[in-house]
Each structure stands twice: as structure tokens, then as C-alpha cells.
Write a protein that binds this ligand. Structure first.
Ligand SMILES: Cc1ncc(COP(=O)(O)O)c(C=O)c1O
Length: 412
């Protein structure tokens, strides 16, 4: 069979699938000598607990091999669920309100699969995380972005956007938010904003999907109640919010481990999707993570990651202050892995990216984080978790130089 014939057989959804520009960028920058990349959303390999994990994998296979090398439960391992409930301080959660997933992208995909038919609307942040947007679009969702201020989605615009979509006769299925150290902006919703979003969701009777992969990586400021817990405890509405969390940023993304907690009416069909797609999450990895938590290693390990990333964030903020031209502004995240830079004048960051690659510094142009047609050209995302402090200083110096040449200093 010729390749062209096979392409003609692609399903409509496969044919419509877009290439990930971010993956292309990562391909361009990977392995280039001297390249300083702030592009990927990668944790630092220094944060991976390699020794402990290798010991625990050895132990788990030796002691529980008969069980963990066998097919496992599609909703996740009972032992791991119990350990997680304890760790997350939600002992009251029943097993049918929780599902272990193959990373949180997997949870986001099954959640969307459960609710969305092609053409249905999902309301998301603009800018938002392209990985989730791609997973949602793969289910045929129409993504509609809501502009953000310093605290996340602007409530009034959220309300108007939902109403506009309903007035057009579209079916709006859910609201998707990343309330903490958002990817790509690093912004965090305060308690008041969380309440407002929950209240709007209730007003329109729309579920919320709360994506929380960075929650544990808080370097400063107070921990804030999740929308999930808020709806449950203060609005007496345990069905409103489903939360997705991930071990990617606290153990290692290669382990592909995450979980979702939500109402049984949502979790049960998600598990049915899992039965058909992944069958179960990796059984050995779940028990390894369970032992890691049970031995009291997790909190200390997370503290170690925070101690590694906090100075990197500080170094990036300081370098931006020192080198960036007037007219550039940036977020000051209290945790996570990203800083968002905006230029008040007309710098085209897609163009800046091409020049930056020549000078061996990389970032992701802001246009990649907006729904098609709503792109903004004068913003960019910087990752601070991956590079050393020396690289951060040098990389920001190079980038600022290019921004100045591109006209970043001309007007305010
Ligand atoms: C906001 C957000 N959600 C979800 C994910 C996916 O994480 P996972 O590796 O658990 O699939 C990421 C990863 O970068 C992310 O930034």
C-alpha cells in the first residue's frame, strides 16, 4: 500500500490534527551546543529522586511482583488511592470519586471525552495551556478563551462569554481553569477570584475542570483552598468541580502518573474510557509512588524541589529587572515554573524567536497559547525550572539585547 493511500484513509479527526509548534521548537533547541532554552516546560533532572525511586522499583517488583506485573484496576490501585487520600488530606473521599490516570493529560482527555461532542464549547483561559487545548480539540471541542487579568479569568468576561455562546445556540460543556502558577503565565487566582468563578459556574450550572499540576510547588505566599474543595465545603456542591493533579512536576513526567477527583457521575464514565484506551495506569509505578509517600519522603522531596527552583525564579526576575528594556513587564509567580513577559510596544515575539535561536536562547512565543485567530504577538513564556542560575542570567541578557534591537525600548 502506498503512503498517500493510507493518508486518504485518515479519520476526519486525525486529518484535522495540528502539529504541536512547541514540540517543533523543542526539537529545534534540543542538543544544540551552547543553547540556553527557556522553552520547554521541563522539570530539572536534578529534581528527580533517582536513587530512592530505583530502590523502590526494585523493592516493589521483588516483593509485590506477582500483583504489580499483572493487569490492574482501570480506576487505579486501591492501595495507592488510600495513600493518596491521606497525603491529600481528603480521607472522606470515596473510591468512586477518584481515579488514577496516566499523567494528568490523560485525566483531562477522559473528562473531555465524557462530556464533549464535536462542536461543543469549552471555556478556557486565554492565554492557556496548549497541551490540554490539543487534548480537548482532539475530542472535537470548540475552545473559547476568556481574557485574564493579574488574578486569572476576568469574571465579568467569563459571564459574558458563556452567555454569548449560549445565545449563539451552542452547547457549553465546562469551564477549564489552571488556578495556580498557571501555564503559561505563572498567575494565581486569589480566594476571592476562586469564589467568583465557582459562583458563575453555579449560576450557569456548568462543571469546572480544575487543572492543578503545580500546586505543590509554592515558593512564597499562602496556600489557597482549591476550587474543588471550596465548592465541596463552602458551597455544598461536591458535583461542581473535578480536579486533576499530576506527579510529573514532583516526581518526574516520565512516570506518567496523575489522578482526578470528582463526582462519581463523571469518574465512572472516565473509567469506562480508560478501560478502552489505557486499560489501567502502570501498576508498579503506583505502588512505588505509594511507598514514596508512605515512608514520609514526599514532603521532604517537594521541599528540596522548592529550594532548587525558588533561587532560579529569583535569578530570572532579577535578570529581567537588570536587562530588559523599558516597556517590558512580566509576572512574578509565587511558584510553578513559568514567567510571562509582555512588551507594551509592537515587538513580534514570533520574529524575536527566530533571532533568538540564532543567538542560542529559546522561549515560546505567546501566540502559541491563544486559540486560533485570537493570537497576541507581543508576549512570551519563559521557563525557569530547567536552567542553572548562570544560564538564566546569560540567557535573559541575550534575550533582552534582542528585545532592545527589536524596538523593545522605543515606547511606553
Ligand atoms: C497546566 C498543565 N496541565 C497539565 C499538564 C500535563 O501534565 P502531565 O505530565 O501530568 O500529563 C501540564 C504539563 O506541563 C501542564 O502545564
Amino acid at each position: 500500500m502506498m503512503a498517500s493511500t493510507i493518508e486518504n484513509l485518515y479519520s476526519r479527526s486525525t486529518a484535522a490534527m495540528k502539529h504541536s509548534f512547541i514540540r517543533q521548537i523543542l526539537g529545534l533547541t534540543k542538543g544544540v551546543p551552547g543553547m540556553i532554552s527557556f522553552a520547554g516546560g521541563l522539570p530539572s533532572p536534578e529534581s528527580f529522586p533517582k536513587k530512592l525511586l530505583s530502590e523502590l522499583f526494585f523493592e516493589v517488583i521483588r516483593e509485590e511482583g506477582d500483583e504489580v506485573l499483572q493487569y490492574g484496576a482501570s480506576d487505579g490501585d486501591k492501595v495507592f488511592k488510600d495513600v493518596l487520600k491521606d497525603f491529600e488530606e481528603v480521607p472522606y473521599l470515596s473510591d468512586d470519586e477518584m481515579m488514577i490516570t496516566v499523567g494528568s493529560t490523560n485525566a483531562i482527555y477522559y473528562f473531555t471525552r465524557t462530556l464533549v461532542d464535536p462542536g461543543d464549547v469549552i471555556i478556557c483561559e486565554a492565554p492557556g495551556f496548549p497541551g490540554s487545548i490539543a487534548a480537548m480539540e482532539a475530542c472535537g471541542a470548540r475552545m473559547v478563551g476568556v481574557e485574564m487579568d493579574e488574578l486569572g479569568m476576568i469574571p465579568q468576561l467569563l459571564r459574558e462569554t458563556i452567555q454569548e455562546q449560549l445565545d449563539k445556540g451552542r452547547r457549553v460543556k465546562f469551564i477549564y481553569v489552571i488556578p495556580e502558577f498557571q501555564n503559561p503565565t505563572g498567575k494565581t487566582m486569589d480566594l476571592n477570584r476562586r469564589r467568583e468563578i465557582v459562583e458563575i459556574a453555579k449560576e450557569f450550572d456548568l462543571p469546572i475542570l480544575e487543572d492543578q499540576p503545580y500546586r505543590e510547588l509554592r515558593f512564597s505566599g499562602e496556600r489557597i483552598i482549591t476550587l474543588w474543595e471550596l465548592a465541596r465545603t463552602q458551597y455544598d456542591d461536591p458535583r461542581l468541580v473535578t480536579i486533576a493533579k499530576s506527579f510529573s512536576k514532583i516526581l518526574g513526567p516520565g512516570l506518567r502518573l496523575g489522578f482526578a477527583a470528582g463526582p462519581p457521575e463523571i469518574i465512572a464514565p472516565m473509567v469506562k474510557w480508560a478501560q478502552k484506551v489505557t486499560v489501567s495506569p502502570d501498576c508498579a509505578t503506583q505502588r512505588v509512588a505509594a511507598r514514596f509517600i508512605q515512608r514520609g519522603l514526599m514532603r521532604k522531596h517537594i521541599e528540596g524541589i522548592i529550594d532548587l527552583y525558588r533561587p532560579r525564579r529569583d535569578a530570572m526576575l532579577e535578570a529581567l529587572e537588570t536587562y530588559m528594556p523599558e516597556g517590558a513587564t512580566w509576572t512574578r509567580p509565587e511558584g510553578g515554573m513559568f514567567i510571562w513577559v509582555s512588551f507594551k510596544n509592537a515587538i513580534d515575539t514570533d520574529e524575536l524567536f527566530r533571532r533568538a535561536i540564532e543567538k542560542k536562547v529559546a522561549f515560546i512565543p505567546g501566540s502559541n497559547f491563544y486559540p486560533q485567530g485570537a493570537e497576541r504577538k507581543n508576549e512570551l513564556r519563559l521557563n525557569f525550572s530547567y536552567c542553572s542560575i548562570e544560564m538564566i542570567k546569560e540567557g535573559i541578557r541575550r534575550l533582552a539585547e534582542l528585545a532592545k534591537q527589536a524596538g523593545g525600548h522605543q515606547c511606553l
